[in-house]
Design a protein around this ligand. Sequence first.
Ligand code: DX5
Ligand code: ZN
Length: 229
Amino acid sequence: MPIDRTVKIAPSILSADFANFGAEIEAVEAEGADWVHVDVMDGHFVPNLTFGPALCKAIRPHIKTVMDVHLMIAPVDPYIDAFADAGADILTAHLEAGAHTHRTLQAIRGAGVKAGLALNPGTPVEAAAPLLDLCDLVCVMTVNPGFGGQKFIRTQVEQIRKLRKMIGDRPVHIEVDGGVDPNTAPMVVEAGADVLVAGSAVFRGGSVSNPAPYGENIRAIRDSLAGRA
Ligand code: DX5
Ligand code: ZN
């Protein structure tokens, strides 16, 4: 089955007000978000800590679009059922998180959730080749994972282009995560990405009581793609 390759913007709630996730999600969806990206960090696989399955379960009722959960944790397998039970639509695990990514992707699908595979900037995309038939999404990191607001790593654009060729007709989304804004979005879309995660570039300047900037920021990313998406 062909998939929807039109560009989808997935705001990362890592840049939202942590005391107000429900309202932030509703505001950003009302302002045009296509998916909601949830960055789970364990202070071990990445040098930062965020939240786990209980938070995911609590915010699930506020998400009307797609709950896209990015697991920056190691190990992954012991937590798959908990995140599936929390209502994730997509669970993305890092290739670098363990020795048995093939098993992890099978387990995610086995839990009834779409499976994503994330690749750090230091990992050649070719490493994903044997796993593509187990993936619904590949996430190319354009920063080293751990923090929002980092500088986009330009050399990853060529990795996205290679990955797009490798995927061919497979129904696999290409997501790009890190430093996506109106300057960098056209490059990654031209290279083949269809899901754009953006944290600081979406949430900057707005708040739950003043959500209009979220819409302006999302539109600025879309407008930067004019003629491309
Ligand atoms: C990085 C996270 C990203 C990040 C995106 O570890 O996976 O989702 O928060 O944030 P910006 O768009 O601010 O680079
Ligand atoms: Zn992410």
